[in-house]
Design a protein around this ligand. Structure first.
Ligand code: EPZ
Length: 454
């Protein structure tokens, strides 16, 4: 591996910002990586700081572009965001929040879905909000109807414009009874961030209960919110008049942890993921056991490795505590090395197997069923939008020229290239930096043989 060191690369970019890497695969990844705060909590906790009347401190913030996007959106609204004393912490001071101008917001929204979560806090603070059209991974049409329906129930007036949506709350926001058609993570967060300062009680049914949602509830409770939940996905929020800042250490990123675990198994290596906790990964660990992988839960993390021949499995993605949809892409790379026929039923999104085309190009045997597979005993309720992928292995993967399609698929492309014999060129790698902090440095720490070439 030729380290380019500090030498700039094509286009004068720093190596860490490289977009194209050349990977020489066929070597096990082994070593130690640390996962910090969860991308899908940290970005929401940053938005929650808008609701406070005093500064908040958020700890274990990963250095990823999704955080940078939310940071600039907050700053455009007058929130002062500074690095905290503790490395990896942010101080967010919302005491001078004022409405931003559309062009400024649009310039900062980037490829993120987080802006939609600014609605409630901005309506409480300013009585109005403008949210530009949303970005985010192309893994389905990612609608926001559950969000807008909920906001209307709180009393918001929603106006759809060609460039986004404008909201106002002429009579303020009041508690509502909301029943989500599906336990949507984003819609649950939308309701939580709006209900905490609404007048009266909000009852939310069919809520998402992912660990990141529970951590956001902990953040809001620290701010002064009164939130309780029942075992059957019902959450009650008693609106309060004032909220203060919080001091919170974010939950670890279980998606990143599962990604590195899958990399260890796919490349027949051994990776210790510091910061990973068993409790939030139970379902993932059960599947690893069935696949024939081994894991060792320790005080400060989990050690992942293959434990002999990999076995095929049938996996159904689902809302928590089921097998997360974000876990299936990296796992599928490992399943290309399992001896037999595996099936992954993707029930959360309608288009989350696009990344498998590149794996097939590298020699994998994967057949995607765009309307799902009506076979076998199912635990998860079938959904009209679901798809299925059938992976038959083991297949030898060969290096290829591939382009990253989205965050989790992109990570899987890199793992496939590291698993494959020969050289691969992986393009559009910047997308991976949205959700995997210090990605190149972690790959190097695990012995990956690659160069940044563009
Ligand atoms: C969050 O997306 C995560 N993103 C996703 O992670 C994750 O895969 C997903 O939750 C499921 O766990 C962030 O937290 C930023 P949903 P979100 O609302 O909130 C449908 C990653 O890689 N739906 O739970 O957008 C939707 O189409 C990303 O980190 C509506 O129909 O997910 C999907 O089929 C990828 N209408 C299902 O619900 C709505 O208004 C689940 O979506 C909202 C959602």
């Amino acid at each position: 591996m030729t380290l380019l060191g500090d030498a700039s690369i094509a286009g004068g970019r720093k190596e860490e910002e490289g977009e194209i890497i050349s990977i020489r695969g066929g070597r096990p990844l082994s070593g130690r990586v640390e996962v910090k705060g969860a991308k899908n909590l940290v970005t929401k906790a940053m938005v929650a700081s808008l609701l406070g009347e005093s500064p908040s401190i958020l700890r274990d913030v990963p250095e990823i572009s999704d955080v940078a996007v939310v940071r600039s959106l907050l700053e455009v609204h007058g929130v002062r965001v500074e690095d905290g004393v503790e490395p990896g912490s942010l101080v967010l001071d919302p005491r001078d929040v004022e409405s931003a101008h559309f062009e400024e917001i649009d310039a900062h929204a980037g490829a993120s879905r987080i802006p939609i979560l600014f609605c409630g806090p901005l309506l409480h603070r300013l009585g109005q909000a403008f949210i530009p059209d949303l970005g985010g991974c192309r893994i389905g049409d990612r609608p926001i109807d559950f969000h807008l329906d909920a906001l209307r129930k709180f009393g918001a007036v929603v106006e759809k414009l060609p460039s986004g949506i404008r909201l106002s709350a002429p009579q303020g926001l009041r508690g509502a009874s909301i029943h989500l058609p599906y336990p949507s993570v984003g819609a649950t967060e939308q309701v939580l961030l709006t209900a905490v300062r609404a007048k009266g009680v909000t009852e939310l049914r069919n809520a998402a209960i992912e660990p990141e949602i529970m951590d956001l509830i902990a953040v809001l409770q620290k701010m002064g919110a009164i939130i309780s939940y029942e075992p059957n996905r019902v959450i009650f929020i008693e609106g309060v008049d004032r909220l203060k800042g919080y001091d919170h250490r974010a939950i670890f990123d279980r998606n990143e942890a599962a990604s590195w675990a899958s990399a260890a198994i796919a490349t027949d290596g051994e990776i210790f993921v510091a910061g990973a906790r068993q409790q939030e990964m139970l379902t993932f660990l059960n599947v690893l056991r069935k696949v024939g992988a081994d894991f060792d839960v320790q005080e400060d993390g989990i050690l992942f490795r293959r434990d002999g021949e990999l076995r095929p499995v049938v996996v159904e993605t689902d809302v928590h505590p089921g097998f997360m949809t974000d876990w299936q892409q990296p796992l599928i790379v490992a399943l290309t090395q399992a001896s037999g026929r595996s099936v992954v039923h993707e029930t959360v999104y309608e288009n989350r197997f696009g990344f498998t085309q590149a794996l097939v190009k590298m020699g994998a045997d994967i057949v995607v069923h765009p309307h799902g597979l009506q076979e076998g005993v199912r635990r998860v309720a079938r959904r009209a939008l679901e798809q299925a992928a059938v992976i038959t292995g083991p297949t030898a993967l060969r290096g290829a020229d591939i382009t990253v399609p989205d965050l989790r698929g992109g990570y899987s492309h890199v793992i496939a290239a590291l698993t494959a014999e020969g050289e691969s060129i992986v393009r559009n790698v910047g997308i991976i930096r949205r959700g995997y902090p210090d990605f190149f440095a972690k790959l190097r720490a695990l012995g990956a043989d690659f160069d940044v070439i563009g």
